[in-house]
Design a protein around this ligand. Structure first.
Ligand SMILES: *[C@@H]1O[C@H](CO)[C@@H](O)[C@H](O)[C@H]1NC(C)=O
Ligand SMILES: *[C@@H]1O[C@H](CO)[C@@H](O)[C@H](O)[C@H]1NC(C)=O
Ligand SMILES: *[C@@H]1O[C@H](CO)[C@@H](O)[C@H](O)[C@H]1NC(C)=O
Ligand SMILES: *[C@@H]1O[C@H](CO)[C@@H](O)[C@H](O)[C@H]1NC(C)=O
Ligand SMILES: *[C@@H]1O[C@H](CO)[C@@H](O)[C@H](O)[C@H]1NC(C)=O
Ligand SMILES: *[C@@H]1O[C@H](CO)[C@@H](O)[C@H](O)[C@H]1NC(C)=O
Ligand SMILES: *[C@@H]1O[C@H](CO)[C@@H](O)[C@H](O)[C@H]1NC(C)=O
Ligand SMILES: *[C@@H]1O[C@H](CO)[C@@H](O)[C@H](O)[C@H]1NC(C)=O
Ligand SMILES: [Cu+2]
Length: 595
């Protein structure tokens, strides 16, 4: 098979949707299952040259495509992706937001669930779609490789099922809209490696992108700038993915309100909004009703700009654009008028616009379909998040703040990846970890202070220094788990998008300042909280999540800003097997990459 390998997304982008719903190309009927299918894809990791921002550069891609190929499937399908590494470095792929029931073997984070696929080697991932429906994505889970190694996963309802939202006429699909970041001159992977070695911050990207292109507000914008043609009177389903490495992003379409219907591949109660705020790692499904009347030329920008929770942190203050073009627009080519820019796109530092959007996300709960949010928690964890320092060793040259190494922590532990063997293998074969990890990740921070007081760094009472460790948290099978993430001001407050592998979780509460254990739980939403895989914890605030630990395995949890990942704002949950055979981890596939 591998029909999709060659499917030129670039061409498909300009086609209307009938084609997109034609799932046949890559599908193979499994003899065992009538309703769900096994679909096969081939991913060839290779370098290609592209031109962006007036420069030619070599980038790592899947199948030579940037963004990479879209995986299309239906709820309940299994997608087998054969990854062949024809690049010149180690790589792994993660299926972001796919719960992978009982199957951590195919989850992807390097040295957490697998050893990387080395140059010349291959690995077949089994991506098991269970409850997910809507939009997810896949990306490299090694260093900064996901800057260019990423693509969409579109999960349609099962055959015969319909979307829970109704539109008249029926909704039309649009190609996925992937927000990303671009470095003009630098190799993103090299940038990160240099930053990690020297301890300094990573240079910010030179542009945000929509489907790999900065768009018309930049010099040398490519003819490849993403354009989508719409027909008046039709309603389109936009699938927006934030693949950015360090940016949360606002998104809006000029002249059109959007109706949000899902986030992180879980449906939401529909709501109309002038802008989205998509945190790094998150996805949003939204409807666009193409109802602009003639006049205005028929060209509208869709635009993405950074939402910066702390403008003291360096970022590129510019806006990526793509174009929505009405089929009956009055002129075309050189005569086409400049597209209208979305006046509703919030300013980069508009924290209120970000919070107002996020507060409206609610899952589809009703009497007939109550959500299964745990009413009580068996395990309660309170996790402080901080950017810290690690002292420079005598034999190192550190160019981070004060001549030390930048680091980041959860509960003052700066997570260190093992490098000789992965945690999953050590757990599965070794039981107690064989010295690869320690099962003592703390449930609480070592000290309590006024976490969000901006005076902390200067106070001298709380130092910025921390230590590394490979410390994991072991959970009993079936435990109801609550985690409260608390931002701190140790080296400055900032919003952090926290992502959990292996699970979606309910976001039951959020607030500004310090979490109050006595007062805040009373305000939790246990009725219709949104089900997400990535939660944007507000700058100088907290967010509370709940989930039931029914998926056995080894699951990474980390900030989705990639430099924070390598600095250590991570931990791992090991969820034990249950008693029943169907509550136990699957056996490893025979072809796991070796270290
Ligand atoms: C990319 O460009 C470089 C320099 O122009 C060239 O040496 C190399 O062969 C090109 N690579 C590919 C894959 O075309
Ligand atoms: C963004 O980065 C580009 C490339 O470095 C630079 O030319 C531009 O001035 C920057 N724009 C802003 C608004 O920061
Ligand atoms: C277009 O549709 C939106 C709802 O999606 C509605 O709010 C708006 O008033 C409509 N505009 C026109 C010009 O009909
Ligand atoms: C970003 O750019 C806009 C427009 O040039 C400007 O008004 C705004 O002050 C800038 N914000 C920051 C934080 O640099
Ligand atoms: C540190 O810097 C000095 C001077 O630039 C250089 O000679 C030395 O090799 C560097 N050491 C390391 C470990 O990079
Ligand atoms: C914590 O710090 C904030 C900001 O400085 C301050 O407003 C608040 O009163 C402090 N809380 C306590 C309990 O000291
Ligand atoms: C974090 O750990 C380091 C090293 O053990 C310690 O010196 C520091 O005081 C701790 N910081 C906090 C905020 O607890
Ligand atoms: C690639 O992976 C192998 C196996 O884990 C490891 O030994 C090697 O050091 C890695 N290479 C790099 C450049 O990290
Ligand atoms: Cu972070």
């Amino acid at each position: 098979m591998g029909a999709v390998a060659g499917a030129p997304d670039v061409v498909l982008r300009f086609l209307q949707l009938g084609v997109f719903l034609a799932l046949g190309a890559a599908a193979v009927m499994s003899p065992a299952a009538q309703c769900s299918r096994v679909r096969h894809y081939h991913f060839l990791i290779k370098k290609v040259n592209v031109t962006r921002l007036c420069r030619q550069k070599s980038i790592l891609t899947v199948n030579g495509q940037f963004p990479g190929p879209t995986i299309r499937a239906r709820t309940g399908d299994v997608v087998v992706v054969n990854v062949h590494n024809h690049g010149d470095k180690n790589i792994t792929i993660h299926w972001h937001g796919v719960d992978q029931p009982r199957n951590p073997w195919s989850d992807g984070p390097e040295y957490v669930t697998q050893c990387p696929i080395q140059p010349g080697a291959a690995f077949a991932y089994r991506v098991i779609l269970s409850q997910e429906e809507g939009t997810l994505w896949w990306h490299a889970h090694t260093g900064f490789d996901r800057a260019t190694v990423h693509g969409a996963i579109v999960i349609l309802p099962k055959h015969g099922d319909t979307f829970p939202f109704q539109t008249k006429p029926p909704v039309e699909e649009m190609p996925p809209i992937i927000l990303g970041e671009l470095w003009r001159d630098d190799d993103a992977t090299q940038l990160l490696e240099d930053a990690v070695r020297t301890g300094r911050d990573v240079k910010p990207s030179d542009a945000n992108t929509i489907n790999g292109e900065p768009g018309g507000l930049f010099p040398c914008s490519n003819p490849g700038t993403f354009r989508v043609r719409v027909e008046r009177g039709k309603t389109y389903l936009l699938r927006v993915i934030n693949a950015g490495l360090s940016n949360d992003m606002f998104f809006a379409v000029a002249g059109h309100r959007l109706t949000v219907v899902a986030t992180d591949a879980r449906y939401t109660k529909p709501f109309a909004t002038d802008h989205l705020m998509v945190a790094s790692g998150q996805t949003v499904d939204a409807l666009l009703h193409a109802n602009r009347t003639a006049g205005g030329g028929g060209y509208y920008y869709m635009a993405a700009r950074t939402f910066s929770s702390d403008t003291n942190i360096d970022f590129n203050n510019s806006t990526a654009t793509a174009i929505v073009e009405y089929a009956d627009a009055t002129a075309s080519g050189r005569l086409a008028p400049a597209p209208v820019f979305p006046a509703t796109l919030p300013a980069v530092d508009d924290t209120a616009a970000a919070a107002a959007y996020t507060a409206r996300l609610r899952s589809l709960a009703s009497k007939a379909h109550p959500v299964d949010v745990p009413a009580h928690a068996d395990e309660r964890m309170f996790m402080t998040m901080a950017v810290n320092l690690i002292a420079c060793a005598p034999n190192e040259n550190c160019t981070g703040p004060h001549g030390d190494h930048l680091a980041a922590t959860l509960n003052n532990v700066s997570f260190q990846n093992p490098s000789a063997v992965d945690i999953l293998r050590a757990y599965y074969y070794g039981g107690s970890g064989h010295g690869v990890y320690d099962a003592d990740f703390p449930d609480r921070p070592p000290s309590f202070f006024n976490f969000t007081d901006p005076g902390i760094p200067a106070s001298g009472l709380v130092g910025p220094f921390t230590e590394r460790g490979t410390r994991v948290k072991v959970l009993e099978h079936g435990a109801a788990v609550e985690v409260v993430f608390q931002d701190t001001a140790v080296l400055g407050t900032e919003s952090h998008p926290m992502h959990l592998h292996g699970y979606s979780f309910y976001v039951v509460g959020r607030g500004l300042g310090n979490f109050d254990e006595g007062r805040d739980p009373a305000g939790y939403n246990l009725v219709d909280p949104p089900l997400e895989n990535t939660v944007a914890v507000p700058k100088g605030g907290w967010a509370a999540i709940r989930f039931r630990a029914t998926n056995p395995g080894v699951w990474f949890m980390h900030c989705h800003f990639d430099r924070h990942v390598v600095w250590g704002m991570d931990t791992v949950f090991i969820v034990k097997d249950g008693k029943a055979p169907e509550a136990k981890m699957m056996r490893p596939p025979p072809n796991m990459p070796k270290c």
